[in-house]
Design a protein around this ligand. Structure first.
Ligand SMILES: [Zn+2]
Length: 402
């Protein structure tokens, strides 16, 4: 990561510099698989194809979809694979041969298989022993290889699996040339350092020229992205996301937050079309009929909204005082809120917007009036280019007068 001391975020980047991994961290988006597992979410075939196009245009590396859920999903998978998108399209299936056959009949060149390998998954879900699981998994890996497919194997519930057995399974997949091994925190129980240790244990035991590692972290404690990034610090190079973070229960990392973190903090990529993020989120919200929370990072309506008087004063001079990036970079907009917290500076600005050339006294009276009204926020304005120009002009006028 090369740092520029003129960058307003320079010292933050210095603190963030933990190690010198220069790996580009990739993104697999699973909106069409994990996302559809979110309660209440179901896309039409046309919407699935549209989402795949949007994700490809945004620049994700891989897109995951499950062809085995229904005939409709099968058709969508087949159509998306035929589109010839830049991103790899992964057909996500259980680690059983008949599922792999379904992936093959979709025309897939990439297949992602998964198997729960923790003791609880083996006993409560698959009802098989570790030895039987290993035989089944290796059998499927050989079957995939015999068909010349590129493959990922997901060690489902890896974070609750006996490390000895987990490493053994990963080494077996690695020696069979399975290109990607996914390490999920299926139940969202890890803390970042724990995820680091988990991934590191596997990373140090595989031949990196044969397999790379994915991290798939669930958000049950709100730590999904932090855990995924910690996994990347330990050697993984691909994070699983969904648009707006939809997924089983509380989902997985949101595409927007992941993409911006990788671009801004990790400096691991600069070719994602970040300006599409707000629209991607809006599209999914329309398809799912689920509102985006106002406070959602990056894409929420209040992500770049400034309210408190002291903040307003600084924002009006230089938005970098309270923003890490220009809202338009991610397709969002900056807003300023006037109300009882506006203070003297906010009131002064409001008066100048109305064309009232007044002094400090009037601003103080208005600020006091807004406070006494006790009506909370009374006005919100986009602080767009036109207004920003006005601020600059006003500033230069003031300077002239001074
Ligand atoms: Zn998941």
């Amino acid at each position: 990561m090369s740092l520029n001391s003129d960058d307003v975020n320079y010292y933050a980047h210095l603190y963030n510099r933990v190690n010198d991994y220069t790996n580009r961290i990739r993104i697999l988006d699973s909106t069409l698989r994990e996302g559809e597992q979110h309660p209440g979410v179901s896309f039409t075939k046309k919407q699935r194809i549209q989402v795949a196009w949007l994700l490809d245009s945004f620049g994700v590396d891989q897109i995951e979809i499950s062809p085995i859920v229904s005939q409709d999903h099968f058709e969508a998978t087949k159509t998306i694979i035929k589109q010839g998108l830049k991103a790899d399209i992964l057909a996500h299936v259980r680690a059983i041969k008949s599922d792999v056959d379904v992936a093959i009949s979709c025309g897939a060149s990439w297949v992602a298989t998964y198997m729960g390998i923790s003791d609880i998954h083996l006993s409560a879900k698959l009802k098989i022993t570790r030895e039987e699981a290993k035989i089944r998994a290796l059998d499927v890996a050989d079957y995939i290889n015999a068909h010349g497919l590129k493959a990922r194997f997901t060690m489902e519930d890896a974070s609750r699996t006996d490390p000895g057995f987990l490493v053994e399974m990963c080494k077996e997949m690695n020696s069979r040339g399975i290109r990607r091994i996914s390490i999920p925190d299926t139940v969202g129980i890890m803390r970042p350092t724990g995820m680091y240790n988990l991934v590191k244990t596997i990373y140090e035991n595989i031949d990196k020229s044969k397999s790379s590692l994915d991290v798939h972290c669930h958000n049950d404690l709100g730590l999904a992205l932090a855990n995924a990034l910690a996994g990347c610090d330990a050697g993984a190079d691909q994070i699983h996301t969904t648009i707006d973070g939809f997924g089983e229960r509380t989902g997985i990392p949101a595409l927007a937050e992941t993409a911006v973190a990788l671009t801004l903090i990790y400096k691991s990529t600069d070719n994602l079309r970040l300006h599409m993020l707000k629209d991607l989120s809006k599209t999914i919200s329309e398809y799912t009929q689920i509102d985006i929370p106002e406070s959602k990072p990056i894409v929420g309506d209040s992500a770049y909204k400034h309210k408190a008087g002291t903040h307003l004063a600084a924002i009006l001079r230089n938005p970098s005082a309270y923003e890490i990036l220009e809202p338009r970079t991610v397709g969002n907009r900056r807003k300023i809120v006037f109300g009882e917290l506006a203070g003297k500076n906010g009131a002064n600005y409001l008066l100048s917007l109305l064309g009232l050339h007044t002094g400090q006294n009037e601003a103080e009276v208005l600020a006091r009036g807004l406070k006494e009204l006790r009506m909370g926020d009374i006005l919100e304005l986009y602080l767009d280019d036109r207004l920003e120009r006005k601020i600059l002009n006003d500033d230069s006028t003031k300077k002239v007068k001074e």
